[in-house]
Design a binder for this molecule. Structure first.
Ligand code: ADP
Ligand code: MG
Length: 240
């Protein structure tokens, strides 16, 4: 479903992505880990066209992300993205956060958008919070709303960029539980995270990045039991 082929990207002289090649099959969960500054966020954002790249090709469900004639807004509408800092609209109620994109981007009626939005809000356990504003919710609740908002758009895949790293420890599991449920239902996912418990539970593949390059792209068991590089081994030793 997602093919990343020989992607390189530079900021001026600085090469942030170095010939990265990997891919995610439909229904698979890829976990991407690696030290801070290794290019994880940049790589995941190339997939829905949020970060342009100078070399290589990315194909998402048959569409070439970098091609000049690609309708990027249409592609983005089909790929859910959840960021570290929730990024809800602060001036809109939870319910309006859930319906805005469905109405503006997908052209759904307000009634339909409302029904879908509340269905997903219920699923993340927050139906009772529909009239609140994001600032009235905990970080964990805001992130669950952000996930529900993405799901209400019927995405073909979900991208997560460190979705729990801004949360207090006691809230991490409530977000991970939602993500585990999604993975078990067969959602295609790319997840930048250092939550190795999540990776062990649901990942099919683990990618390890360092200094802009993919150093490992392995099955989960292979990655945890026998990392190929010293850098991945050192990294694992430090975070587990
Ligand atoms: P990670 O998510 O793994 O922490 P990032 O993808 O955010 O890494 O960043 C990779 C590298 O690119 C870092 O060294 C960062 O400083 C650099 N970088 C990110 N955005 C920019 C930018 N707009 N201009 C220049 N350098 C950038
Ligand atoms: Mg990052």
């Amino acid at each position: 479903m997602i093919e990343i082929k020989n992607i390189s990207k530079w900021y001026g002289q600085f090469q942030v992505l170095k010939d990265c090649t990997t891919g995610v099959k439909k229904g698979d969960v890829m976990v991407i880990c690696g030290p801070s500054g290794s290019g994880k966020s940049t790589l995941i954002k190339t997939v829905n066209g949020l970060e342009p790249f100078q070399q290589g090709e990315i194909i998402v469900d048959g569409t070439s992300v970098g091609a000049k004639n690609t309708d990027l807004p249409a592609l983005r509408a089909r790929i859910g993205m959840v960021f570290q800092n929730f990024e809800l609209f602060p001036h809109l109620s939870v319910r309006d956060n859930l319906t805005l994109g469905q109405i503006k981007v997908l052209g759904r009626s307000a009634d339909e958008a409302n029904a879908r939005g509340l269905q997903y809000l219920d699923r993340v356990g927050l139906l009772a919070q529909q009239d609140k504003f994001p600032g009235q919710l905990s970080g964990g609740q805001q992130q669950r709303v952000a996930i529900a908002r993405a799901l209400a758009m019927d995405p073909i895949a979900m991208l997560f960029d460190e979705p729990t790293s801004a949360l207090d420890p006691e809230m991490i599991n409530e977000v991970l539980d939602v993500m585990v449920g999604l993975a078990q239902e067969g959602m295609t996912m790319m997840v930048v995270t250092h939550e190795m418990g999540f990776a062990r539970k649901v990942a099919n593949r683990v990618v390890f990045m360092d200094q802009g390059a993919i150093l490992e792209d392995s099955g989960k068991d292979e990655f945890f039991q026998a990392p190929k590089t010293d850098r991945a081994r050192d990294f694992l030793a430090r975070i587990i």
